[in-house]
Design a protein around this ligand. Structure first.
Ligand SMILES: [Zn+2]
Length: 258
C-alpha cells in the first residue's frame, strides 16, 4: 500500500507551522482546459525553462487554509473562462475574486522562480511579496502600487494561449504569468515608468473591487501595452510558439526529479 506523504513546516503564506498540502504552483484547471496536449501525452510547457514538462508542478508550500484561499480564486477564474467563447470573446465582468486569483498566481510565480531568498531585505520585490501576502490573508484591501494587470487573448494563429507558467523579469520590474489565454502581469516597481507608460498600464489594471475584463485580438505596443513589455512578450512568444508548434520537442528532465 502506498503511504500518504505528510509534511509539516512553515506555510509560505500565513507563516504558521502547520501540515502542508502538496499544492499546484499553477492551477490544475489550466493544465486540463488549455494546455494538455493529448498527442504529446498531456505535456505542457514550462515557462520557467521553456521546455515541455510531463507532469504538473506541485510543492509542499502552503497549509490547508491558505490552499483554500487559492482555490476560491481558481474556481472563480475557471468558471469565468468557461463562459468565454474562444472564437468570439466578449467583455467579461468580474468581482474581487478575480483580483485575488491574479494576485495568488503572481505570488506563486515569484516564489517559484523569483529567487526571492537571495534578494536584499529592503528590495521592492520583497515589499511586493509582503503586500500580496497581506492582501490574500485579508489584512489589506488592495495591492497598490504592486498592481495586477491582465490581458485576455486567444491566439488563433500561433496557439500561444496553450501554455502555462510564469517568469520574473527583474530587469523589467514585472512578473509575467500565463494561465492559458490569461496573461497576468504584476508590477514590481513603478519608479522608471513614464506618465505615458502608467496610462497604458492603467488600461489593463485588474481592480480589487471588480470591473470588466476586455478581450484583445492582438498586442499593440504603445497602445494596449508598453514598448518595454512588448519586448518581454516578443521573447516569450518566440520561445513558447517555437515549442508549441514544434514537432520535435524535448522533455524537461531537469525538473522531473524536483
Ligand atoms: Zn498557511
Amino acid at each position: 500500500m502506498r503511504s500518504v506523504k505528510k509534511q509539516v513546516g512553515v506555510c509560505r503564506l500565513c507563516k504558521q507551522h502547520r501540515n502542508l498540502r502538496n499544492s499546484h504552483i499553477w492551477p490544475s484547471f489550466g493544465y486540463r482546459d488549455f494546455v494538455s496536449d493529448r498527442e504529446t501525452g498531456g505535456a505542457f510547457i514550462n515557462l520557467e525553462t521553456n521546455r515541455f514538462f510531463p507532469k504538473q508542478i506541485k510543492r509542499y508550500w502552503y497549509c490547508n487554509d491558505c490552499e483554500q484561499v487559492f482555490s476560491r480564486g481558481e474556481k472563480y477564474a475557471k468558471e469565468m473562462l468557461a463562459e468565454i467563447d474562444e472564437q468570439n470573446p466578449s467583455p467579461t465582468e468580474y468581482d474581487e475574486r478575480f483580483h485575488a486569483f491574479c494576485t495568488s498566481i503572481s505570488l506563486r510565480t515569484l516564489e517559484y522562480c523569483g529567487g526571492i531568498k537571495s534578494l536584499p531585505k529592503r528590495s521592492e520585490v520583497k515589499s511586493a511579496h509582503k503586500y500580496w501576502r497581506d492582501y490574500l490573508l485579508g489584512n489589506r484591501s488592495d495591492v497598490l502600487p504592486f498592481s495586477m494587470h491582465c490581458f485576455l487573448l486567444f491566439d488563433k494563429d500561433l496557439s500561444m494561449h496553450k501554455a502555462m507558467g510564469g517568469h520574473v523579469f527583474h530587469e523589467k520590474n514585472l512578473i509575467l504569468s500565463q494561465v492559458g489565454p490569461l496573461f497576468i502581469v504584476a508590477l514590481l516597481s513603478r519608479r522608471q515608468l513614464s506618465i505615458g507608460d502608467l496610462d497604458i498600464w492603467s488600461q489593463s489594471l485588474v481592480s480589487a473591487k471588480g470591473e470588466t475584463l476586455m478581450p484583445w485580438k492582438e498586442w499593440r505596443p504603445n497602445g494596449n501595452i508598453t514598448d518595454s513589455f512588448f519586448d518581454v512578450l516578443v521573447k516569450h512568444q518566440r520561445e513558447v510558439v517555437e515549442r508549441v508548434t514544434s514537432r520535435t520537442w524535448g522533455l524537461d528532465t531537469e525538473f522531473t526529479s524536483g
